[in-house]
Design a protein around this ligand. Structure first.
Ligand code: SF4
Length: 244
């Protein structure tokens, strides 16, 4: 075996191996930390195979020369908050954050859909997962316990409002926030079209523009959070109230 630290590992077949003759004489593992560089070298024929994240692996799906294998892992992404902190340690705040997190949106945007929502370190399809401990992105629960509401899109706050005005009258003003409420079964039940942008490749302007029916040319410039909303054309009319 040869090892060039930080560059590659080369394995050679053992000529004195007691068993059958190895099919491969040499096998080299190149150490390439950058996902894009690995994909580029695989595409150009510089590599025979590579470990790639789901978005880059998908670009090889129609390549007849390559075969894609999916590897299931137990790794998970987690956000922990300091319990000793006055705000983050407050049980009500922690509960509000827990039910305010849109886990599905995180799986779709951060992991490109190649993952599952998690409610702790044990995956939901594990035999050790405790059924019934799932917490959904529950706006109705948020309405019951929150005094103030912050809506985030693509990791940025797009609306900050009092809960009573947000869930009641006049309702949310940012198109994404209106879409969230409008998608509820007790309201218009209309899903927001499209998918969130990749967090590593956010557009220069408003991150919601590709999904927004109010977008105009000025939305190519990122709107600042002003007067509680980050939008060039915030809504001024009330959203349809929940059905009785
Ligand atoms: S800034 Fe423009 S694209 Fe973004 S949410 Fe507002 S209207 Fe839509």
């Amino acid at each position: 075996m040869k090892w060039s630290k930080g560059e590659k590992l080369t394995f050679m077949a053992n000529p004195r191996y007691w068993g059958c003759e190895p099919k491969l004489r040499n096998f080299t593992m190149a150490i390439i930390k950058d996902d894009d560089v690995r994909a580029t070298r695989l595409r150009s024929g510089g590599l025979d195979g590579a470990v790639l994240p789901p978005d880059l692996a998908a670009t090889f799906k129609s390549d007849g020369d390559k075969k894609t294998y999916a590897a299931r892992t137990f790794d998970y992404r987690v956000v922990t908050l300091p319990t000793g902190n006055k705000v983050a340690g407050d049980t009500a705040v922690r509960r509000a954050l827990d039910i305010g997190v849109d886990r599905k949106a995180m799986v779709d945007s951060i992991l490109y859909g190649a993952g599952k929502e998690a409610y702790g370190p044990v995956p939901i399809d594990s035999p050790w997962f405790t059924e019934g401990t799932e917490r959904t992105h529950d706006l109705a629960a948020a309405e019951r316990i929150a005094d103030r509401v912050a809506v985030m899109y693509a990791s940025r706050i797009v609306e900050l409002a009092d809960a009573s005005g947000f869930f009641g009258s006049p309702g949310p003003r940012h198109p994404y926030a209106r879409g969230l409420l409008g998608a509820l079964p007790e309201r218009e039940f209309t899903p927001i079209p499209g998918m969130p942008p990749e967090l590593g490749a956010l557009p220069v302007g408003c991150a919601f523009a590709a999904r927004c029916d109010r977008a105009t040319g000025i939305c190519g410039t990122r709107p600042a959070l002003a007067d509680g909303v980050a939008c060039h054309h915030p809504a001024t009319v009330e959203l349809e109230a929940p059905r009785a």
